[in-house]
Design a protein around this ligand. Structure first.
Ligand SMILES: [Zn+2]
Ligand SMILES: [Zn+2]
Length: 137
């Protein structure tokens, strides 16, 4: 299993390449979100995010944003529509990236299942070995 260090650089972007970013260091979180808004945003049963401090983030091209609930913003590519990020306006020092937006998502590990209160068990791939939270952390 590869390990990450603070010098690791992770690159990623949307499906068409119009949105691109790089971020370095260790993620501060990794979660599978089972909320209904992430289902609508992604079209999938579960959405997986990796959290990084924004101090380590560089955008080559930024996503557009949609305020999906007050002060919560979902970043997406205005050209191809890929969902790329989620952020809470009260915590500008952190940004959640969708796991699948990374060119190499293999170094990251999920730590929590969020919004288990609205999970779809038959589609969610729920891991009994990590923390389960009824709503958000
Ligand atoms: Zn795109
Ligand atoms: Zn969610």
């Amino acid at each position: 299993m590869p390990t990450t260090t603070t010098t690791d650089l992770h690159t990623g972007g949307c499906l068409c390449g119009a949105v691109r970013f790089s971020v370095s260091g260790e993620p501060t979180g990794g979660n599978h979100c089972h909320c209904g808004m992430c289902r609508k945003d992604s079209g999938s049963g579960v959405s997986t995010f990796v959290t990084f401090p924004t101090v380590n983030l560089k955008w080559d091209a930024k996503p557009a944003e949609f305020e999906s609930s007050p002060n919560r913003f979902r970043g997406f590519c205005p050209k191809c529509g890929s969902s790329v990020t989620w952020r809470h306006g009260d915590y500008p020092d952190f940004l959640d990236f969708r796991l699948g937006s990374f060119d190499d998502p293999t170094p990251f590990k999920a730590k929590k299942h969020l919004w288990m209160s609205t999970a779809l068990p038959s589609f969610a791939g729920i891991d009994p070995g990590i923390e389960h939270v009824d709503q958000s952390s």
